[in-house]
Design a protein around this ligand. Sequence first.
Ligand SMILES: Cc1cc2nc3c(=O)[nH]c(=O)nc-3n(C[C@H](O)[C@H](O)[C@H](O)COP(=O)(O)OP(=O)(O)OC[C@H]3O[C@@H](n4cnc5c(N)ncnc54)[C@H](O)[C@@H]3O)c2cc1C
Length: 453
Amino acid sequence: MVDPAFFDEAVSIVGPEHVLRDADVVAGYTVDWTGRFSGSSPGVLRPGSTEQVAALVELCRRHGVALALQGGATSLSGGTVPLEGEVVCSLVRLWDLEVDALSGQASAGAGVRIEALQSAAERAGWAYGVDLASRASATVGGTVATNAGGIRVLRHGDTRAQLLGVSAVLGSGETVSHMSGLVKDNTGYHLPSLLCGSEGTLGVLTEARLRLVRRSPERVVALLALRDAHAAIEAASDLRRGLASLSAVELFFAPGLALVRGHTGLPDPFERPHGAYLLVEASADDDPTTELSEAVDALGGVEEVAVALDATRAGELWRYREAHTEAINRRGTPHKLDVAVPMGAIAQFVDRVPGVVRDVAPGAEVWLFGHAADGNVHVNVTGVAPEDDALDAAVFELASGLGGSVSAEHGIGIAKRKWLHLSRSPAELAVFGAIKSALDPDGVLNPSVLLGG
Ligand SMILES: Cc1cc2nc3c(=O)[nH]c(=O)nc-3n(C[C@H](O)[C@H](O)[C@H](O)COP(=O)(O)OP(=O)(O)OC[C@H]3O[C@@H](n4cnc5c(N)ncnc54)[C@H](O)[C@@H]3O)c2cc1C
């Protein structure tokens, strides 16, 4: 039970319009994007500056109140859910954005949407290197907190690779800020890297200094139909090696394609179903169509190819891949198991997953897609009760047994806490605990996430 005086003081910090107490309004902040995880909260705070965040963290420490942090609330691991009745702290009002065209960098508030950052970068003649299907809602703070990956990792790296600095309010109440944007700066521990991927358990990110990348204005998109997962992984590897302009290579399968078609009304891209599909994008200064065609011609196992000759068709081909997440959610509350597997084991993993799932959950439906060049397979399972996690265990153990990780890019959140030990040794977990104690000694930040539970 939170002391009413807590909310009175919160009002004095952020203003009455940014302390939400109406139960119906608050309820909208307590369920995750997939609908699988939910909690409860006595209220939502919406700070508008780093100073306000610092004052709120101090307030929480005095009252023994914990915060559940939220950005765009697109987490696919339940990371935003106030599982133990935490007060929700939404960072979406931190929306200052400044592009420094000379250095090719941006300073972005935690609440800036990725799409807005991408547009601002483009207006300045640059691009932002991270892109993901949730771009219209996902925020800078949330993507840094989860070290988001997405569809451009093969060319530009993950969010951590873009990160030059952050401002953050630690759980200890201190504000750390390192925003000068120096590309070379070897002066000890790199706190931005530590906070990146910490899932809001160490500090509230309020701003980030991000590197921008060169724009590649000419792009071509092709959808390849392949014999099976083995051929698709071979092809993805060959494309990485041989196609300099390769900017994305995404994997999906016939059941997912049929589901997406049912959801979107898109036509079948080919006359018959195939064993696997690769969505391939090349982008460069000059039209890369010829280069892409030659690279595709040299691949083995390709049964059919659809090439987009204009932007509308390119958007359609991308939609076959990007609509997977929403189409699966429409099918039923999914178990989302975003694993990474060594490249040499992906095809084997893909072949074995459906059987492993059905052994423990006979009525389950399995939907697979992923970022083919990163060894990242998204295993989605519908038709199983949200709280039944036997299949989660089976899939994580399969991935781990093949040398993989229980989270490629979505983070641990609350969904995978039970299986973190499959990817991290006791010594590593002890270090995690020591870092958490040092930076958030009272456990006020995201206590239910990552290490909690
Ligand atoms: C359709 C769809 C497609 C997606 N595709 C991808 C993909 O390709 N790659 C990928 O990596 N992810 C993907 N995601 C997952 C999700 O978009 C990412 O995890 C994203 O980084 C979350 O950003 P957010 O602003 O919504 O953060 P939230 O969901 O609000 O929060 C995510 C985590 O970060 C913490 N957090 C949020 N803001 C802050 C802050 N300011 N300071 C400290 N902690 C904070 C939260 O407590 C939570 O633990 C997808 C999601 C959807 C719905």
